[in-house]
Design a protein around this ligand. Structure first.
Ligand code: HEC
Length: 219
């Protein structure tokens, strides 16, 4: 078991590892010979289980008190059951499940970070786009700027990167490259990615795929 599993294991199963106790009793019982097979009152014996039954279920006598009563004796038992020790098979399964859960959580955290990062990118992309691009390429990136550009909303990130790069080095001209070139020169660093992220947010929303709940409920 590695340390991560061990920590998760102890967090998840502390309560299961504690020993159980219960108190059962029989008042005014006359025969020593039958006490073990007589249903006991109280606790988990609840007037149906005898000491012998309880022993079969894994309970052992932790303490016993016998006192004289008017018609016999009062027997009071403190019964104890140690937590089951896990067989190595169970332990392996448990470890597997814990690891799966940890991995799932890590994956969710990673996805959340990616989403956050995309939102950040999109936010700075929005500013750039509205300030510097929208007038020619349209509010929804749907316009053919000067009649020669393709609508930016239809371009992949690779398409955009390629075009911008090629404008910078005069390798691309659909007829009005001179209009676009100064803006291409401005789009340094991660700016193309940022603008691209923002443009993606302008597209009509597709339905989010439903989260898979199967794994949770199969446990
Ligand atoms: C003054 C108008 C104008 C502005 C502002 C402008 N563009 Fe352009 N853009 C054009 C024109 C015109 C073209 C087509 C050039 C040609 O004919 O090759 C173009 C082409 C492009 C292309 C290539 C499209 C293709 O079909 O390959 C990209 C990508 C692009 N622009 C992105 C941007 C971004 C991002 C901004 C903002 C930083 C921006 N443009 C600002 C006019 C503009």
């Amino acid at each position: 078991m590695n340390i991560k599993t061990f920590i998760a294991f102890s967090l998840l199963s502390t309560s299961a590892l504690l020993a159980q106790t219960t108190m059962c009793f029989k008042e005014n019982h006359s025969s020593m010979a039958t006490i073990e097979s007589t249903p006991l009152d109280g606790g988990l014996c609840s007037s149906t289980k005898s000491l012998a039954d309880m022993k079969k279920e894994g309970w052992s006598v932790d303490d016993i008190k016998i006192e004289q009563s008017t018609n016999g004796k009062n027997y009071i038992y403190i019964l104890k059951k140690e937590a089951q020790t896990l067989s190595s098979m169970d332990e392996e399964k448990l470890e597997q499940r814990i690891m799966q859960r940890l991995e799932k959580r890590q994956e969710q955290e990673k996805q959340a970070k990616i989403t956050q990062f995309k939102q950040m990118m999109s936010k700075s992309g929005k500013k750039i786009y509205i300030d510097k691009c929208q007038s020619c390429h349209g509010e929804k990136a749907e316009k053919r700027a000067y009649g020669t550009s393709r609508p930016l909303v239809e371009l992949s990130l690779d398409d955009m990167d390629q075009s911008i790069n090629d404008y910078m080095y005069d390798n691309y001209d659909r007829g009005n490259a001179h209009v676009m070139k100064p803006y291409a020169t401005f789009l340094t660093g991660t700016k193309v990615k940022e603008v691209y992220s923002y443009i993606q947010s302008l597209k009509p929303k597709k339905e989010e795929p439903k989260e898979d709940k199967k794994e949770e409920s199969s446990n």
